[in-house]
Design a protein around this ligand. Structure first.
Ligand code: BG6
Length: 477
C-alpha cells in the first residue's frame, strides 16, 4: 500500500461511454457501501450545468443496474463539474478551483487515447499532478512503440507508483478466485507444472458483434482488444509462481516473470477470423481486414511450463457468451481399463463468466459389471458473477494506492512484445458465419491437443452448489 487515501476523484471524459456504462454504476455502488466520501469532479471539454451532469448520471444508472435513491443522493451531493480543454492550458484553472483543498486527487482518464498526452501534460504544467494519482484505461497504446511513448509521457509527470493502468479483468471476482484457489490449497502446487499438465485453454466467447463500436474496433481487432490485455493477464495468473510476501509488488513481480517468459507470437501460431457481415457495420471499412476472432498458441519458456501449450481463443458473434479456462491434465500412464474414453480424463475448469465456477473433472466407474467409466465433475463453487464489481473494486484500490491489481509498465510493454509480431501483418483472415465457433483453421491449431473445449453453460436457474459442498466438508479441528 502506498501513500495517503485520495481525497478527490476526477473523471476526465465524464460524458463518455466508459463513464456512462461502468464508472457511474461503480460510484453508486461505492456510495451504497459508504465508500464515496470524497468529491467526484466530472470533467469534459465544454461547459455543463451540474444539474445536467446529475441527470446524465441518473440516466446511466437507469440503464445499468437501476437507481438506488439513497446512494444516488450521496453521489449527487459529491458531484462537481469542471470544463477542461486539454488543448487550452488555461482551462486547468477550472479544475484547480473545483478541487478546492484536495491534495491527493485521483485522475481517471476515461478519454480517447489520442487525448491522453495533452491531458497528462496539462496536469503536469498546471501543478495539479503533485501528490496525485492517475488511472489509465486500456487500450494502453496501440503497439509496443506507442505504449513505450505513452509510458514516457506518464512517467514524465507522475512517478510509477502513482500510475494505475487499469485492466478490468483483474478486478473480476472469478479472476481473483483463480489466484485464491491456486494458493489457498496445497493439493494443486505439486501438479501445477509441465509434469502433470498437458495444455491450458482459455476461451472468451461473446455471442454479440461489435455493438455500434465499429469505428473503435477497426483500430483494435480481437488481439489488441482482449488478447493483449485481459487474456494474457489471465494466462499470467494461471502460470505464475507463488508471490513472495504480501506486498503489492509481490504479485506483480511474479506476473512480470511470466510475461518475460512468453515467446513472441509467430504467424503459424495465430488464426484470425472475421464474422460475415462485419464489413457492413457502421464505422467499418468495406474491405476491412480487422479480426473479430483470434486463436493463438502461446509458449512459456520457463522451468515450470516448458512444452505446455497455452491456447487462447476469443471472438465476437460466437455461439455463446462465456469465458472459461480449462487446465487439462495428462492422461494416466496406462489405460488400465482399456476404456476408449479415458483420454485426458482430468481437468480443472474455471468459468469466469457468466458464472463463477471452480470444478475438477474426473472419471468414475459406471455401475455394472464392466469396468467402464463416465466423466463427472467435483464442483467446488458455482454462483452467478456480478458484472458491476470490477470497477468498484479497482477504483477503491486506486484511491487507497494499492497497485496489486494494476498493470506495471514492464508488463504492459512485454504484453505488446508478445503480440507485436502478429499485429497488422497480413496473416490470413478467414471468414466465419455468425454464431459459429470461428474458422475451422482454429480447430487445426489445437487439433494435436484434443480440440477446443466448449464452455459449459450454466443451467437455469443457476445452481447453488457451494453451500452443498460446504455441508459435506469435514469439520475442522
Ligand atoms: C472490453 C472489450 O475490454 O472487454 C470488449 O473492449 C469486451 O470488446 C469486454 O466485450 C468484455 O468484458 P466483460 O467484462 O464485459 O466480459
Amino acid at each position: 500500500m502506498a501513500g495517503p487515501q485520495s481525497d478527490a476523484l476526477v473523471i476526465f471524459g465524464v460524458t463518455g461511454d466508459l463513464a456512462y456504462k461502468k464508472i457511474f454504476p461503480a460510484l453508486q455502488s461505492m456510495a451504497r457501501h459508504g465508500d464515496l466520501t470524497m468529491p467526484v469532479i466530472g470533467s469534459g471539454r465544454h461547459d455543463l450545468p451540474l444539474d445536467q451532469l446529475r441527470d446524465h448520471a441518473r440516466q446511466s444508472l437507469t440503464e445499468h443496474g437501476g437507481v438506488d435513491e439513497d446512494a444516488f443522493a450521496i453521489l449527487s451531493r459529491q458531484l462537481r463539474y469542471a470544463a477542461v480543454d486539454a488543448t487550452k492550458p488555461e482551462t486547468f484553472a477550472n479544475l484547480k478551483e473545483a478541487l478546492g483543498g484536495a491534495r491527493h486527487p485521483l485522475y481517471y482518464l476515461a478519454i480517447p487515447p489520442s487525448a491522453f498526452e495533452a491531458t497528462v501534460t496539462g496536469l503536469g504544467q498546471s501543478g495539479l499532478a503533485n501528490g496525485a494519482r492517475v488511472v489509465v484505461e486500456k487500450p494502453f497504446g496501440h503497439d509496443l512503440k506507442s505504449a513505450q511513448e505513452l509510458n514516457r509521457t506518464l512517467r514524465g509527470v507522475f512517478p510509477e507508483d502513482a500510475i494505475f493502468r487499469l485492466d478490468h479483468y483483474l478486478g473480476k471476482e472469478p479472476v481473483q478466485n483463480l489466484v485464491y484457489f491456486r494458493y489457498a490449497n496445497s493439493f494443486l502446487e505439486p501438479i501445477w507444472n509441465r509434469n502433470y499438465i498437458d495444455n491450458v485453454q482459455i476461451t472468451m466467447a461473446e455471442a454479440f458483434g461489435v455493438e455500434g463500436r465499429g469505428a473503435f474496433y477497426e483500430e483494435a481487432g480481437a488481439i489488441r482488444d482482449v488478447v493483449q490485455n485481459h487474456l494474457l493477464q489471465v494466462t499470467a495468473l494461471l502460470a505464475m509462481d507463488p508471490p513472495l510476501g504480501g506486498d503489492h509488488e509481490a504479485l506483480r513481480d511474479e506476473k512480470s516473470q511470466v510475461f518475460k517468459a512468453i515467446r513472441p507470437l509467430t504467424p503459424t501460431h495465430v488464426v484470425r477470423g472475421q464474422f460475415a457481415g462485419y464489413r457492413d457495420e457502421a464505422g467499418v471499412a468495406p474491405d476491412s481486414r480487422v479480426e473479430t476472432f483470434a486463436a493463438v498458441r502461446l509458449h512459456i519458456d520457463n522451468w515450470r511450463w516448458s512444452g505446455v501449450p497455452f491456447y487462447i481463443r476469443a471472438g465476437k458473434n460466437l455461439p455463446v457468451t462465456a469465458t472459461e479456462v480449462l487446465v487439462e491434465l495428462k492422461s494416466p500412464p496406462a489405460n488400465v481399463f482399456h476404456d476408449p474414453h479415458d483420454a485426458h480424463p482430468n481437468y480443472f475448469r474455471f468459468q469466469l463468466s457468466p458464472h463463477v465456477v471452480v470444478a475438477l473433472g474426473a472419471r468414475t466407474k459406471r455401475p455394472g459389471e464392466q469396468m467402464r467409466g463416465e466423466a463427472g465433475e467435483l464442483v467446488a463453487q458455482h454462483y452467478p458473477a456480478d458484472e458491476l464489481e470490477p470497477y468498484e473494486r479497482l477504483l477503491g484500490d486506486a484511491m487507497r494506492g494499492d497497485m496489486t491489481l494494476f498493470t506495471r509498465e514492464d508488463t504492459i510493454e512485454n504484453a505488446w512484445r508478445i503480440v507485436d509480431p502478429v499485429l497488422d501483418q497480413p496473416t490470413p483472415l478467414y471468414q466465419y458465419d455468425p454464431q459459429t465457433w470461428g474458422p475451422s483453421e482454429a480447430d487445426t491449431l489445437i487439433a494435436g491437443d484434443g480440440g477446443w473445449h466448449t464452455p459449459t453453460l450454466p443451467p437455469t436457474p443457476p445452481m447453488k452448489t457451494q453451500a452443498a459442498a460446504q455441508q459435506q466438508a469435514p469439520a475442522a479441528g
